[in-house]
Design a protein around this ligand. Structure first.
Ligand code: GLN
Length: 387
């Protein structure tokens, strides 16, 4: 048999998904793969059942059903503070995961370079490699995960085609300030670089931090593909409903790629998503407050277990320092944690590119869980004090 494709050797299996399998194997509380253990709002489940019963069971329009795109344009126009046209700017995708892939395939040729901040949500590396492009990494320096402006300029200076911006950031919880975004935007304009965002945590922000959409900065809409999803905002990660928002010329390219990748996102679930997109604006305030409470409960539990961490400003992840435990590395620690303590985490090293000095003393935990689940996990983590 001939060998399989060389590109398969350029990236590994997802460690996040692997940790979910390990959590299941040991019956551990799964604080590794970031998804809720609570149900979405009841109306959404009703809306999905109704959509299935109302004949929305065949392919929809490849770039998204009219109802979905219209409702999304209205909601995002409000939050992004700019007029968006359902027919010109919006494409429905299978989660932000497909949106980012379609965006990269729209702007990148083989051997182009893509700037990626590190630590990085692991998908961006294989996504870039699958387009044939090459990632170049710009470190976000702990403890507050700031980039060095000169290091960023050097990356742009290589002639990179695009930059991927995860804001609020997974795994660090960093929320890019307006000044940081203005700096990135200025470089993107100077070097004529595309920006591809991943803004799935746009509504999970802890005051006083605020989310700024880079596409809303002056002259940035025309070079930005904003990728988003309904997964985290409405607790429906399994629905696989996401989208891109981009200027007309880029949207035409994205729709072409998207059509051949997946034809379309699930029709009944796009229709049901309209109910979510029409929720009153206070839904988003409540969402953010609820996550702030989960964060407080969980950080207190980490304090009680004697763990040190970086306080997240957005999203629902926290990077925890495991240096005091003297394990060989973070992977060994995560296996021990799942098996012996009953809590599953993701080794921090899986968020670093192999080209960099990879820290082995961090793990990522998430707190998108019921309060009781978080309290139980906290109690279990206290056993670490005996180590
Ligand atoms: N975004 C979530 C995380 O980082 C889910 C990852 C995934 O399975 N795609 O854990």
């Amino acid at each position: 048999m001939k060998e399989t494709a060389k590109r398969l050797h350029l990236f590994t299996e997802s460690v996040i998904r692997e940790m979910t399998r390990i959590a299941d194997q040991y019956g551990a509380i799964n604080l590794s793969q970031g998804f809720p253990d609570f149900d979405p709002p009841k109306e959404l489940v009703e809306a999905a059942v109704n959509a299935l019963r109302s004949g929305y069971n065949q392919y929809g329009l490849t770039w998204g059903t009219k109802n979905f795109r219209t409702a999304l344009a209205e909601k995002q126009s409000y939050f992004m503070g700019m007029p968006l046209e359902p027919d010109l700017h919006i494409t429905a995708t299978c989660g932000s995961t497909e949106a980012i892939m379609a965006a990269l395939m729209t702007v990148c040729d083989p051997d182009d370079q893509v700037i990626i901040f590190s630590p990085v949500y692991e998908n961006y590396i294989p996504d870039t490699i699958l387009t044939g492009a090459k990632p170049i990494y710009v470190p976000l320096h702990p403890p507050d995960f700031q980039f060095d402006p000169e290091e960023l300029r050097d990356a742009f200076d290589t002639g990179a085609k695009a930059l991927i911006l995860c804001n609020p950031s997974n795994p660090t919880g960093k929320v890019f300030t307006r000044q940081e975004l203005e700096f990135i935007a200025a470089l993107a304009k100077e070097y004529d670089t595309f920006i591809i965002t991943d803004e799935v945590y746009e509504h999970i922000i802890y005051p006083p931090y605020q989310h700024t959409y880079i596409a809303s900065l002056p002259e940035m809409f025309e070079r930005t593909i904003s990728c988003g999803s309904l997964s985290k905002t409405y607790a429906i990660t399994g629905w696989r409903v996401g989208y891109t928002i981009a200027p007309e010329i880029l949207t035409q390219g994205i729709r072409k790629v998207h059509d051949f990748l997946t034809i379309g996102a699930p029709t009944p679930l796009q229709e049901a998503s309209v109910t979510a997109l029409k929720f009153p604006k206070d839904y988003y305030t409540t969402l953010s407050n609820e996550y702030a409470q989960r964060k407080e409960i969980f950080l207190r539990a980490l304090d009680e277990a004697g763990l040190k961490y970086v306080i997240p400003h957005g999203a629902y992840y926290v990077m925890v320092d495991i240096s005091p435990f003297g394990f060989e590395d973070d992977t060994a620690f995560c296996h021990y944690l799942a098996k012996e303590i009953g809590v599953a985490a993701v080794p921090g090293s899986s968020f670093y590119p192999p080209t960099q000095d990879v820290p082995k003393n961090m793990i990522r935990l998430h707190f998108a869980k019921e309060k009781n689940t978080l309290l139980t996990a906290g109690k279990r983590l206290q056993q670490l004090k005996n180590l």
